[in-house]
Write a protein that binds this ligand. Structure first.
Ligand SMILES: Cc1ncc(COP(=O)(O)O)c(C=O)c1O
Length: 421
């Protein structure tokens, strides 16, 4: 690849590591300084030791394949089962519940949607087509992907003042074709946990499957709770919750790609399984959409969870809570700045009725911060991990300067909330 626009020709080969690594470093020379907390998403690091342990475990099982976890790679099979057991334990799952290790939050959500659709279709007299999912306005776009693939309609329910879904408005959107309702713990745009208790009651009354998208919070909120944070319940302790997605590669601080999805009942989990038996090779059965999966990610998750354990995650949760409070206090102290919600986690979103946030964002980009924005309401969005702790002083100083200098001739910042290509 020369400059990114011309097509790269197939290499002649023979390059050695010294040259290969140098070229890769050169390609990345202009990358955002994520180590310095300048990326508002994408990377989640705990500390150097945890990263090192994850890396070592990953490379120890670099070649194996988690697809063969149960049959060929017994160590990986065991680690995967144990990681899933840890998650079931944390999320108060009852006996008979089952989890699946997946390559990411979007796939965890996809599997839950598939299972919910199959469960709906199995009900006597239930419509099989023209089905819909009812969810908060703030539910993640991964549900839109699942809807596109499975030909489902999405109905988004409005929020209350605190940016949580309005349960009564959500209830009003449910009809006979509704196969799933969703709540987030927390949602991406504002970092608030939806009223899952109220959604659980609606699910029980209506008989509709409730999925909790805890991709962000699933592996850390239980430790906030252990630390005494007054958070609303979101897990299987609420009887209407049928499935929960929870990402290890976000606030579980595990190497990518690693997520989990849990089902209250193994029979529900069976509905997410893919079985194909028409081809010449016989029955092909996988619990994930992906076939081949990195065994390293399973080993690394097991290693990181065993390294950090309850104490490590509680410490991380305490630091994250203190860091979020400090950012909120510093930003609120800036004239004209306000938060659109009081977040339950480290996802913050702030804006202004006085300053043009697009200009502020552009000025921040000129100061080498990657900026993520929301559209409704217009805000600057950060999904902070511990990397953002030490960046706070500089961030706040630059934000103050950006507000002071923001002018209408600044370049337009990248729109959209995530910047995924
Ligand atoms: C609330 C929520 N759900 C799901 C996802 C999708 O996760 P992934 O990027 O691992 O597919 C994200 C990603 O940021 C998220 O914030």
């Amino acid at each position: 690849m020369t400059g990114g626009t011309e097509r790269a020709s197939f290499p002649a080969g023979g390059a050695q590591w010294e040259d290969i690594s140098q070229r890769m470093a050169d390609f990345s020379a202009k990358d955002i300084d994520w180590r310095g907390g300048r990326a508002p998403m994408f990377v989640f690091k705990n500390d150097a030791t945890t990263q090192e342990i994850g890396l070592k475990a990953y490379t120890m099982f670099f070649v194996e394949n988690a697809l063969g976890g149960g049959r060929a790679f017994h160590g990986i099979g065991r680690m995967e089962r144990e990681v899933l057991d840890y998650g079931l334990d944390l999320l108060n799952a009852p006996e008979g519940a089952k989890g699946v290790f997946t390559p990411g939050g979007s796939e965890s959500i996809f599997l839950a949607v598939k299972a919910a659709r199959e469960s709906h279709r199995a009900r006597a007299g239930a419509p099989r087509h023209g089905l819909n999912m009812v969810m908060p306005d703030t539910a993640h776009a991964a549900f839109d992907k699942a809807a596109q693939v499975m030909d489902l309609e999405i109905r988004r329910a409005p929020l209350t003042e605190d940016k949580r879904v309005d349960p009564e408005a959500l209830r009003a959107l449910i009809d006979d074709h509704t196969m799933l309702i969703v709540g987030s713990a927390p949602c991406y745009p504002h970092g608030v946990i939806d009223p899952i208790d109220a959604l659980s009651a609606i699910a029980l009354e209506s008989g509709v499957w409730l999925h909790v998208d805890a991709c962000v919070g699933g592996w850390i909120l239980p430790f906030y709770q252990m630390n005494g944070a007054p958070l609303r319940a979101f897990d299987f302790a609420l009887p209407g919750v049928r499935s929960i997605s929870a990402d290890l590669h976000k606030f579980g601080f595990c190497p990518k790609p690693a997520s989990t999805v849990f089902f209250r009942d193994v029979a529900d989990q069976e509905r997410s399984v893919f079985v194909a038996d028409q081809w010449p090779a016989g029955v092909f059965r996988t619990a994930t959409l992906a076939g081949t999966r990195p065994a390293g990610a399973v080993a690394a998750a097991w290693a990181v969870l065993n390294h950090l354990g309850t104490e490590g995650y509680r410490k991380a949760a305490a630091r994250m809570a203190a860091m979020t409070d400090a950012y909120i206090a510093d930003i609120t102290a800036i004239e004209g700045m306000e938060f659109w919600a009081k977040p339950d986690m480290t996802l913050i979103n702030f804006g202004s009725r006085r300053h043009d946030m697009m200009n502020v964002a552009a000025a921040m980009m000129q100061k080498d911060w990657l900026v993520s924005m929301t559209r409704r309401p217009v805000g600057i969005h950060l999904m902070m991990s511990l990397l953002h702790e030490s960046a706070r002083g500089q961030y706040i100083a630059d934000l103050r300067a950006a507000i002071a200098q923001s002018r209408s001739d600044m370049p337009t910042p990248q729109s959209g909330t995530t910047g995924y290509a």
